[in-house]
Design a protein around this ligand. Structure first.
Ligand code: A3P
Length: 302
């Protein structure tokens, strides 16, 4: 994550080449050629906002019938990284490198594409969209660590000040953060039946209830009998940070990208141990201004 790697397109920053695919070109191609289906489900996030978690949860919820007779240890999420189970539209799906999209319905896909560049057919098809956002201060911290872990050895580590400067100016993959969140938030107000707007923090605080809400929104609410059998708790456990980080301790998501890079702390509020008071003030102020009038709030700290 450095300025020179990113290109601006319709007001948002994008990687040109990501996970082996020319992702900016892919996104531009998909805008006009991709055919969404009304039954599709899209999980939309900014990087480091809980994409891995929401992928695992949605996958486990939607496919629970399919795997109900499997022993827990043979569930795909216990073998494959969640990113393999739910491909990104602009990289794995476009590059045809995913393993678990084998004709299953509904199609479960993820993307970081900003609202203004989303394929038109997704907006027109009436399909379901789940958008999850996270406190910008935690997104910054998470992105800082993620980028440094993935930096090739020829580049020196990024300093936190440098990461902060870029983030506050909006320079992050698929950012500016605030514009990405705001556009999807406004879309969710216009189309409440099609888009479920979640935050990482709410999900953490009230996981069981949010998982039930997610299942209901995805059109496969848990039955009373399933709840009594403890299916919801099982899914929450299966997709928990503790479980998935253990399962993904070894192996590579793809060449040069270890599975464990998607799991770090999995906590709310780690920004407190990284941001100075001044940095906190700056990001709080931008968030207040940009989200003025929107019902989105995050812990600001003192
Ligand atoms: P931290 O770096 O703060 O720990 P993304 O999946 O969008 O790349 O986001 C990664 C962030 O989500 C990381 O945050 C990671 O630890 C956290 N995460 C990954 N899996 C999780 C899970 N199952 N539950 C909660 N948080 C998770």
């Amino acid at each position: 994550w450095v300025n020179e790697d990113l290109y601006i397109y319709k007001g948002f920053w994008h990687f040109n080449f990501l996970w082996g695919v020319f992702s900016l070109e892919a996104m531009m191609t998909l805008q006009h050629t991709f055919q969404a289906q009304p039954t599709d489900i899209y999980l939309i996030t900014l990087p480091k906002s809980g994409t891995t978690w929401i992928k695992a949860l949605a996958y486990a919820i939607v496919n629970r019938e399919r795997y109900k007779n499997n022993t827990l240890s043979s569930h795909p999420l216990l073998t494959y990284n969640p990113h393999k189970c739910v491909p990104f539209l602009e990289t794995e799906f476009f590059g045809k490198t995913s393993v678990y999209t084998d004709g299953c319905l509904p199609r479960l896909l993820a993307t970081h594409i900003p609202y203004s560049s989303l394929p038109q057919s997704i907006l027109d098809s009436g399909c379901r969209i789940v958008y999850m956002c996270r406190n910008p201060k935690d997104v910054l911290v998470s992105l800082f660590h993620f980028s440094n872990k993935l930096r090739d050895k020829s580049r020196c580590r990024m300093a936190f000040d440098e990461a902060f400067e870029m983030f506050r100016k909006g320079v992050m993959p698929y950012g500016p953060y605030w514009d990405h969140v705001k556009a999807y938030y406004n879309f969710s107000l216009e189309h409440p039946n099609n888009i479920l707007f979640l935050t990482y923090e709410d999900m953490k605080e009230n996981t069981v209830n949010k998982v039930k809400l997610l299942a209901e929104f995805l059109g496969c609410a848990f039955t009373k009998e399933e709840e009594a059998r403890g299916v919801v708790d099982e899914i929450v456990r299966l997709c928990s940070f503790e479980n998935l980080s253990e399962v993904n301790k070894h192996g590579d998501f793809r060449e040069g990208v270890p599975n464990d890079v998607f799991f770090r702390e999995g906590k709310v509020g780690d920004w407190r141990s990284h941001l100075t008071d001044e940095m906190t003030k700056v990001l709080n102020q931008i968030t207040t201004e940009k989200f003025h009038g929107l019902d989105i709030s995050f812990e600001v700290g003192s």
